[in-house]
Write a protein that binds this ligand. Structure first.
Ligand SMILES: [Zn+2]
Length: 447
């Protein structure tokens, strides 16, 4: 068992530098979108942010006796939001040598087959969530395996930590090993039982999760679409146009569909709260259709570089004339880090390779408020403001000697954020709070 940190009181306050957002910096001037408070007070009550503003303006409003934690060197941010990640692939991160389809066969399927053992699933779920919190990530859209108990293992641990998570059982009834295949009806029944067990129980949310169009028959995709209509507020997650060989395979498997996206749209899978991983090779028509449908794309730069899949055209997706919702995804195990700071490092380089400049304010928006917006959860998470759930991380810009000397030369908060996203990783996360409770303390003595 992971030792539980000491319980934080229901009412407490944080003081320190704070960054959050008042607008979308891809549609607005980044300088105007950023809300920077150099000496902030955040009052937390019963898991929510009750007040947020300048310490000097709010100090006299603090109820007497409220415990106050002063993060003198830290920068307080909303917790990071990871919009695409596979918890069962944590044990196989950094697997050498293949591109997508061969990588699935050689590494992913054998690893996911181990989840037939519920104890194994529970152990990986615990380690995965522990690692997410160490990285400052407080919410994620998570793929489990085809085994229903892999979902129980994940949600049970998430419920224990009280994290707001979106997750679901992978649906896969063809083009996979026999021990990882379900059937259209079996997958439907298992998913519905999991939805009734976990969806909207506390902070847990369910996502109908066909792995991708090549591993589901049309019948299974249609049933997945029908699942989405059974309960309010369900999510849908799958993969879209990640790799050119995959795109060609989908064209052969679904010759009657106009595009890869259309395969999902035809099954009723594309709408608000649908999260499509990657979208590296989508055209203007598909961007337009995503905008019109209100679905989201998950940009996974470390994964796209690792598997040699290609460069996602972030600024085309976010074109203000028809902006598509975009979140940031780590896509572990093809992604190489659970850290959103590391993911932003690669997102910056991918944008550079397409001739665009990812401003640090835009980058941090993507990793927090933008991810929440992509998931239609921006009324609850992703920003620091009264009424929001108190999911926060405290970033340490001096986490390593190199970072400390570089940070000393920063004259603006934008420059400091850029240093964090280029040089930072889990070492730069000093603490993480979930619903007001401290769940990670980097400097706590090992227990
Ligand atoms: Zn993925």
């Amino acid at each position: 068992m992971i030792p539980s940190p000491p319980l934080t009181p229901a009412r407490h306050a944080l003081r320190g530098r704070a960054v959050t957002f008042g607008a979308n910096p891809f549609l607005d001037d980044p300088a105007r979108a950023l809300v920077y408070e150099p000496d902030a007070l955040i009052l937390i009550e019963d898991g929510r942010i009750a007040r947020f503003g300048a310490f000097d303006a709010l100090r006299d409003t603090l109820p007497p006796g409220t415990p106050l934690t002063h993060w003198r060197e830290g920068i307080i941010s909303a917790g990071f939001v990871d919009t695409h990640v596979h918890y069962p692939q944590l044990p196989m991160i950094a697997a050498y040598g293949e591109q997508l389809l061969e990588w699935l066969e050689r590494y992913t399927f054998p690893t996911e087959a181990r989840f037939a053992d519920p104890d194994y699933a529970a152990g990986v779920a615990r380690r995965f969530l522990r690692e997410l919190l160490r990285a400052g990530t407080t919410s994620a859209a998570v793929y489990c395996t085809v085994h229903p108990h892999s979902v129980d293992a994940f949600f049970a641990e998430s419920a224990r930590l009280n994290t707001r998570m979106v997750a679901g059982k992978v649906l896969m009834d063809r083009n996979a090993p026999a021990n990882l295949r379900d059937t259209p009806q079996g997958g439907y029944d298992d998913s519905l039982a999991l939805i009734d067990r976990w969806h909207q129980r506390g902070r847990q949310l369910y996502a109908v999760t066909p792995r991708f169009a090549a591993t589901s028959t049309e019948e299974q995709l249609d049933l997945a679409g029908s699942l989405l209509r059974q309960r309010a507020g369900l999510f849908m997650q799958t993969h879209l146009s990640e790799n050119l060989a995959e795109v060609e395979w989908i064209r052969q498997l679904f010759p009657r569909r106009g595009s890869y996206l259309d395969v999902y749209a035809h099954a009723g899978l594309v709408g608000p709260r649908s999260v499509l991983g990657h979208g590296v090779h989508v055209d203007e028509d598909s961007f337009h259709a995503c905008h019109a449908a209100g679905c989201a794309l998950a940009h996974c730069p470390t994964s796209n570089l690792f598997l040699g899949s290609g460069a996602f055209r972030l600024f085309d997706a976010l074109d203000p004339r028809r902006p598509v919702r975009v979140g940031l995804g780590t896509d572990v195990g093809a992604g190489t880090s659970l850290s959103q700071l590391q993911t932003l490092n690669e997102a910056y380089k991918v944008a550079q390779s397409t001739g665009r400049r990812l401003h640090p304010v835009q980058a941090f928006w993507l990793a927090t408020a933008g991810g929440a917006h992509a998931l239609y959860l921006d009324d609850r998470i992703g920003t620091i403001s009264p009424g929001m759930e108190a999911d926060l991380c405290v970033l340490d810009p001096g986490a390593t000697p190199l970072m400390a000397q570089r940070a000393e030369q920063c004259e603006t908060i934008e420059d400091l954020l850029f240093v964090l996203m280029m040089l930072g990783d889990d070492r730069s996360v000093r603490a993480t709070y979930v619903a007001g409770q401290m769940v990670h303390d980097r400097d706590a003595p090992a227990g």
